[in-house]
Design a protein around this ligand. Structure first.
Ligand code: HEM
Length: 391
């Protein structure tokens, strides 16, 4: 039985200053309660940690099968991708997508990542001042990861543009989402081009999807949608996380000193970066039945917003939630989601961040920052440009 009415608010997370700086709106929602109805969108929001985590662990009630984006058009365009599925389909597809992303498979790539990180750091030390996004954060995802995905060159070159559009159109259908629709259409058409398979790099991750179909593991018609699982989340998310790491360490030089003195803390520092600045602040679920959560009844067939970024700043979960502290127990963060759909690429993202931060910690005493310019994107929290000087 519900013990309270669901608070209703006209706060709009996808308009005005909230797009660039969502933290004040997130705090207001957390203060209102564990479940809040966003009136403009008719969508239930979960702004606190405990309820987001609970819902992510209960896929039978909080389903992904009707899409996890925030508008019907986008959920239709991406239908069939692993992200937008429930078991048993989900588990079969995820096993295929996960194959090249398992720790044992990634071990083979580690030397290449280490060497590239060392060369990059050397070049940047010599340059001293540069852009933390285009010159640093993009380097490993674009030069190594995009090649592993295996799209032919003209597709590989478009991956960053497609991914940014895919995250933008994933929000409510506002002006920004409308503007990104034609780019997304191009990406979907590319993925569904019947000639694509022949042009994929042999042995690449995307080629592995078609091999799984040949082996009868997945139906062949699923292959195009499953390429979306690679090209959409593989680059921009990690680029966002790396740029945020530089931004945070620049603003908290004492935390960088702790890392420099003890690089074994890098893995936890990565968790703390993802807690503080979660690149994917929201996805959603649809309820399969009426459910009581946090004392509120959410009806069946309701879209429910999982607020990963807000949960990661929930004062009920984290002491001093807004301060960056790489020694706190941060592994519980929801930046990679949780449960069945927990990020399948997280070992890769962690590896990229780890080699870079470890290399930089050996050479950089502190980062001097210019002003960070944040991207306005409905579903991706990413720095667009940030001048940085290495000392
Ligand atoms: C720092 C970087 C990254 C962040 C913050 C991130 C974030 C997330 C989150 C929050 C989810 C859960 C979605 C949900 O709950 O519905 C997810 C799922 C997923 N991620 Fe990532 N991601 C990152 C990197 C990557 C990379 C590098 C890849 C691929 C190479 C990737 C591929 C995927 C896929 C395919 C899923 C869907 C998994 C499933 O449905 O079972 N991600 N990611």
């Amino acid at each position: 039985m519900p013990i309270r009415e669901c608070p209703v608010t006209d706060i709009d997370l996808w308009a005005g200053p909230a797009l660039r700086d969502p933290y004040p709106s997130w705090r207001r929602l957390r203060d209102m309660g564990p479940v809040v109805l966003l009136a403009k969108y008719g969508m239930y929001a979960l702004p606190r940690y405990q309820e987001v985590r609970h819902a992510l662990m209960d896929w039978r009630t909080f389903s992904s099968a009707q899409g996890v984006m925030l508008n019907a058009q986008m959920n239709e365009a991406q239908a069939g991708a692993t992200l937008h599925s429930d078991p048993p389909v989900h588990d079969v597809q995820r096993a295929v997508i996960a194959k090249p992303l398992l720790p044992a498979a990634l071990k083979k790539l580690e030397p290449a990542f280490r060497q590239a990180a060392a060369e990059l750091t050397g070049r940047l030390m010599a340059r001293k001042t540069f852009d933390a996004v285009t010159d640093l954060a993009q380097f490993l995802p674009v030069s190594i990861v995009s090649r592993q995905v295996g799209l032919p060159e003209e597709g590989r070159e478009r991956m960053l543009t497609w991914a940014a559009a895919a995250f933008d159109v994933a929000g409510p259908m506002n002006e920004s989402a409308q503007a990104a629709l034609s780019v997304l259409r191009e990406a979907i058409d590319y993925s569904y081009d019947p000639g694509l398979r022949e042009r994929l790099s042999p042995g690449s991750w995307a080629a592995g999807i078609w091999e799984a179909a040949d082996a009868g593991v997945i139906p062949a018609e699923k292959c195009p949608a499953m390429t979306i699982d690679y090209w959409a989340p593989a680059l921009d998310t990690t680029i966002a996380a790396i740029a945020s790491a530089i931004w945070l360490f620049g603003r908290y030089p004492e935390q960088w000193k702790i890392v420099r003195d003890n690089p074994a803390l890098v893995p936890n520092a990565i968790n703390e970066v993802l807690r503080m600045e979660s690149p994917t602040p929201y996805f959603s679920r649809v309820t399969t039945k009426s459910v009581d959560l946090g004392g509120v009844t959410i009806p069946a067939a309701a879209r429910v917003l999982m607020m990963y970024g807000s949960a990661n700043r929930d004062e009920l979960k984290w002491r001093d939630a807004d301060s960056f502290d790489i020694r706190r127990a941060a592994a519980d963060h929801l930046g990679f989601g949780r449960g069945l759909h927990a990020c399948v690429g997280q070992t890769l993202a962690r590896m990229e961040m780890n080699v870079l931060l470890t290399e930089l910690s050996g050479q950089v005493e502190y980062f001097e920052l210019g002003e960070a310019c944040w991207l306005e994107n409905n579903m991706l929290r990413q720095i667009k440009s940030l001048e940085v000087t290495l000392h």
